[in-house]
Design a protein around this ligand. Structure first.
Ligand code: PEP
Length: 258
């Protein structure tokens, strides 16, 4: 049986001292647990090294929220995959809907980011998800399949096996509207089937598919206990240590009852 994964996406929140306080509080909460869940914290770039230092004495790993699609050089303001790795990031979120929307990230750019992360031994947490309009007009499945195909399907079996997929319906992110467990399960099963068609049953079975979108201590248990939901990518609720730990606890409960 696979361990669940719970990853916190802090987005553009917290000053340095606030970030330190939150990291220490999360570390203390995790230290009290006999943890089977893999916990990941994705703070803003400037806090990666501090998070990595704290993680050495605790039970979480550190991820970034974005990476440049260029390897290095004259790209002012960009942060490369090699830099992330050297600052202590072992994972990196890419293709988040906020980046697709506000920074116009394309599937082609995301394919490049995926390759650079893998080349630097960083696990991509690749986000897919439909807008409300796409769900309402029935094109949501095709949108998600296209996102997977265009950014990931050039990878061979070995490399795709290293990728984590996060299903994040855009209409559920930061809105307080969560997908129902049935909606999440349906899309997760479809994602797994799409992977299976291209890479076979074993690769599809082993792939991690996380749910993200207004996940909180009240709804996490039901979502995480769906058979194709391997954990969660948590935004708002990851900014509060008690809420985040409660969500990790929900993952633990599903795992132990499985
Ligand atoms: C996210 O942005 O990845 C996310 C899931 O946000 P929230 O939990 O706040 O909806």
């Amino acid at each position: 049986m696979k361990n669940k994964i719970v990853a916190g996406n802090w987005k553009m929140n917290k000053t340095f001292p606030e970030a330190e306080e939150l990291l220490v509080a999360i570390a203390e909460g995790l230290d009290e647990m006999e943890l089977e869940t893999d916990v990941v914290i994705c703070p803003p770039f400037p806090y990666l090294e501090m998070a990595a230092d704290i993680s050495e004495e605790s039970n979480f790993t550190v991820g970034a929220q974005n990476v440049s699609s260029e390897e290095k050089g004259a790209y002012t303001g960009e942060v490369s995959a090699a830099m992330l790795k050297s600052a202590g990031a072992d994972l990196c979120i890419i293709g988040h809907s906020e980046r697709r929307k506000y920074f116009k990230e394309s599937d082609e750019e995301l394919a490049k980011k995926t390759d650079l992360l893998l080349a630097n031994d960083i696990v991509p947490i690749f986000c897919v998800g439909e807008t409300l309009e796409e769900r309402e007009n029935g094109t949501h499945v095709e949108t998600i399949r296209r996102q997977l195909r265009n950014a990931l399907f050039h990878l061979d079996k070995e490399d795709i096996s290293k990728v984590i997929v996060a299903y994040e319906p855009v209409w559920a992110i930061g809105t307080g509207k969560t997908a129902t467990p049935a909606q999440a399960q349906e899309i997760h099963a479809m994602i797994r089937q799409t992977i299976e068609e291209k890479y076979g049953t074993e690769t599809a079975y082993n792939m991690y598919i996380l749910y993200g979108g207004s996940c909180n201590p009240q709804n996490a248990l039901e979502l995480f206990c769906c058979p194709d939901v391997d954990g969660g990518l948590i935004g708002g609720a990851s900014l509060n240590a008690d809420d985040f730990i409660a969500i990790v606890n929900a993952a633990e409960t599903c795992q132990k009852n499985d």
